[in-house]
Design a protein around this ligand. Structure first.
Ligand SMILES: NC(=O)c1ccc[n+]([C@@H]2O[C@H](COP(=O)([O-])OP(=O)(O)OC[C@H]3O[C@@H](n4cnc5c(N)ncnc54)[C@H](O)[C@@H]3O)[C@@H](O)[C@H]2O)c1
Ligand SMILES: [Zn+2]
Length: 331
């Protein structure tokens, strides 16, 4: 399974699906490989050819920082990497975001590739070239857009992923198929998620990765179509903000599932009820614990507010997405 990420007629990246054991062969084409990995998956990583060095990253939003990226750069320097080297990032979104950023600035930019090991990274974070770290209390404030050489997707990694992280990724998987008007994969995904296994997930995860890859190919710098991928996220970011203020524990994917339902209520209430039922069957939490009034400040006073209005991605139907600027009263 392979699809090219094409921009302006040029292949800028590739998404490849296969077993973990297929990874070493892919790397034979590279003279120097530097591995940056999440300790949680170290035992699942096969022996790699041309390995010049490796380093494990500390996986937490606090450690997703410039300090850690500088430590990664130091390890790369000590390993004596040349400009021909490739950084291989094996882990979830925190690992792939930081390794991709380190590769983007090391010697003014060397190649990198991602091997996502969480569902969220397989369908979202490890594809599309957005890399970066948190700064002060702002998420992903520093970073670069630089496409990976390839993203290698193997659902085998999901065997050890904790249930809550899995469900968090499932929300982004469903989101991807909700904005896609070229397939009926949304219904298939709901079915598979009721009783998931790495075997039943592989094709579906690859299909979702392919949807993101094709959108990113057409719009790498989020000037237009890529915005669709933010379905549910205006609400989700406000829910995450409110949860932080109250000391509640809500994952990004949980907030995204709630956010998709809230935004569907704005555009198509009947669809919202159907999605709510589907999401519950797929094991997702759908009820936002906060009233809309509590979410409004975070949505309307952040950096994206333009003329008092904020851009919402709205679902008219499955596969039929529009963006609209709405005021606090309109929601
Ligand atoms: N670059 C992008 O376009 C983009 C898009 C979405 C999210 N992100 C970023 O991704 C990050 C979240 O990524 P994530 O949800 O993948 O989580 P993560 O990297 O934080 O990993 C979640 C947890 O799962 C563990 N883990 C990872 N793979 C495992 C496996 N196979 N088995 C057992 N444990 C495993 C990790 O050690 C960690 O404890 C956020 O920082 C977010 O900003 C980036
Ligand atoms: Zn998201």
């Amino acid at each position: 399974m392979q699809i090219d990420v094409v921009n302006g007629g040029k292949t800028v990246s590739k998404v490849i699906g296969g077993p973990v054991s297929g990874l070493p062969d892919l790397l034979l084409a590279y003279p120097e490989v530097f591995l940056i990995y999440d300790e949680a998956v170290s035992s699942a990583i096969p022996e790699l050819p041309s390995l010049k060095g490796s380093v494990a990253v500390d996986v937490s939003e606090e450690a997703k920082s410039m300090d850690t990226v500088l430590l990664l750069c130091r390890s790369m320097m000590e390993a004596g990497l040349s400009r021909e080297a490739i950084v291989l990032a094996v882990g979830g979104g925190i690992t792939t975001d930081m390794a991709g950023f380190a590769a983007s600035i090391f010697k003014r930019g060397i190649r990198y590739a991602t091997v996502p090991t969480t569902l969220l990274a397989m369908v979202d974070a490890a594809i599309g070239g957005k890399t970066g770290v948190n700064f002060d209390s702002y998420k992903n404030m520093l970073g670069a857009i630089r496409q990976p050489e390839f993203t290698y997707i193997s659902s085998e990694f999901l065997r050890t992923l904790p249930e809550r992280d899995f469900r968090s990724g499932a929300a982004e998987l469903l989101k991807t198929f909700l904005i896609d008007n070229t397939s009926s994969n949304y219904e298939k995904a709901v079915e598979v998620l009721t009783n998931p296994s790495p075997e039943t997930l592989q094709d579906l995860v690859f299909a979702a990765a392919a949807v993101k890859a094709s959108i990113v190919g057409r719009d790498p710098y989020e000037k237009g179509e890529r915005v669709k991928l933010n379905l549910g996220h205006t609400f989700a970011h406000a829910i995450e903000h409110e949860a932080r203020l109250r000391g509640d524990d809500i994952t990004h994917g949980e907030a995204v599932a709630m956010g998709i339902i809230l935004s569907a209520r704005l555009s198509n209430p009947a669809l919202a009820s159907r999605l709510e039922e589907d999401f519950r069957r797929a094991g997702l939490r759908t009820d936002c614990p906060y009233p809309l009034d509590a979410l409004r400040p975070a949505m309307f006073f952040d950096k994206k507010a333009e003329g008092g209005k904020v851009r919402f991605v709205l679902l008219r139907d499955i596969g039929d997405v529009v963006t609209e600027f709405l005021s606090p009263d309109e929601i």
